[in-house]
Design a binder for this molecule. Structure first.
Ligand SMILES: NC(=O)c1ccc[n+]([C@@H]2O[C@H](COP(=O)([O-])OP(=O)(O)OC[C@H]3O[C@@H](n4cnc5c(N)ncnc54)[C@H](O)[C@@H]3O)[C@@H](O)[C@H]2O)c1
Length: 319
């Protein structure tokens, strides 16, 4: 089969959780994919199945250094995403977001390429309003242990919009909310991976506070569909646009669903709520719905099945 519209697409952070799914999707759509990664949190296992594809290329590269390649589109995902990972080397985290954005925007400017930024709901910080629409400017601590990530991503957004205003670049900025699926990290301290790993090991499932706080979870395939639609939206649409699943679940509900699907009899144990734990976190996705007709379609109970299978396999390999 020939693809007359085959594009050359660069994915930074392509060996990570979201990046590997994006590479897969772009190859399926018939594109030529260049994946770059420094393997800080990503692994070759995530993309090993793509290495035989002649339209897939892997390059070990750190985005804090300039890159000279020829592509038509850039998806900039490189950045550790969970507090456990991004706090290991906070200075490098800020460099990855800021220098990484400058390097990729410079590349896009030279090539006149369209460029996508994986931003985050964390740009809203500890928000004073719920749910957060894109025009909310956020409430972020500039000097705390999470600031390297939150402020790094905010500065990257600033750079994207300055490159648009100053150089007319075609930019797309997605603010991603909690996403789960196969290939997420088993030890990144996120609630979905924590609960699944605890349930599969038959260990107690840890809830904080009374477990009635709610969270929303987007399945990775839904999110990647959103990325592609955003990239294909008219040049006049830049975002920032929230992307996530607005369905809300209490932590007790999530624990019970995980227990059910894994067939585990792990007990639920309750620990003290951390001081900065928000009561609710839910995306407002009206912009994505109206701008490019996107909304998640995979229910939590459905998306958790392949995620649990992935962790089962991973734990078996590590035994
Ligand atoms: N997963 C989520 O729920 C979520 C939510 C909000 C935002 N995001 C954003 O989406 C992007 C991807 O997140 P993920 O969940 O796939 O995380 P991940 O850690 O699995 O992927 C990030 C990838 O970037 C690579 N990387 C890190 N620093 C790099 C550097 N300096 N140069 C080159 N590569 C580098 C890592 O090795 C990894 O492969 C990140 O930018 C993250 O901030 C993710």
């Amino acid at each position: 089969m020939s693809y007359p519209l085959r594009k050359r697409i660069l994915v930074t952070g392509g060996a990570g959780f979201l990046g590997s799914h994006l590479c897969e999707r772009l190859l399926t759509d018939g594109h030529d994919v260049l994946c770059i990664d420094n393997f800080f949190t990503g692994t070759k296992d995530n993309i090993a199945h793509l290495l035989d594809n002649p339209y897939f290329e892997l390059l070990r590269h750190d985005v804090t250094f300039p890159l000279y390649v020829e592509v038509d589109e850039i998806y900039n995902l490189a950045c550790p995403a969970s507090p456990i990972h991004y706090q290991v080397d906070p200075v490098q985290t800020t460099k990855t977001s800021v220098h990484g954005a400058i390097n990729m925007l410079g590349l896009a400017k030279r090539l006149k390429a369209k460029i996508f930024q994986a931003s985050t709901s964390e740009v809203y910080g500890d928000p004073a309003i719920h749910p957060q629409p894109e025009h909310y400017w956020g409430n972020v601590n500039p000097i705390g242990p999470r600031s390297c990530y939150d402020e790094g991503k905010r500065c990257a957004e600033t750079l994207f919009f300055d490159y648009r205003r100053q150089h007319g670049l075609r930019v797309k900025v997605a603010r991603i909310f909690n996403t789960y699926g196969p290939r997420m990290h088993p030890n990144d301290g996120r609630v979905v991976s924590n609960f699944i790993v605890q349930a599969l090991r038959g260990e107690p499932i840890t809830l904080y506070g009374d477990g009635t706080q709610t969270r929303s979870f987007c399945y990775v395939d839904d999110l990647i569909e959103g990325f592609v639609r955003l990239m294909d939206s008219p040049d006049s649409f830049t975002g920032p646009v929230n992307m996530g699943n607005p369905g809300e679940f209490t932590m007790i509900e999530l624990a019970e669903i995980v227990r059910d699907l894994t067939g585990s009899s792990s007990p639920l144990v309750y620990k003290t709520l951390p001081t900065d734990d928000p009561k609710h976190r839910q995306p407002d996705i009206r912009t994505a719905r109206s701008a490019f007709g996107w909304e998640p379609t995979v229910p939590l109970q459905v998306g958790l099945k392949p995620t649990i299978e992935y962790f089962e396999q991973l734990l078996r390999q590590r035994l």
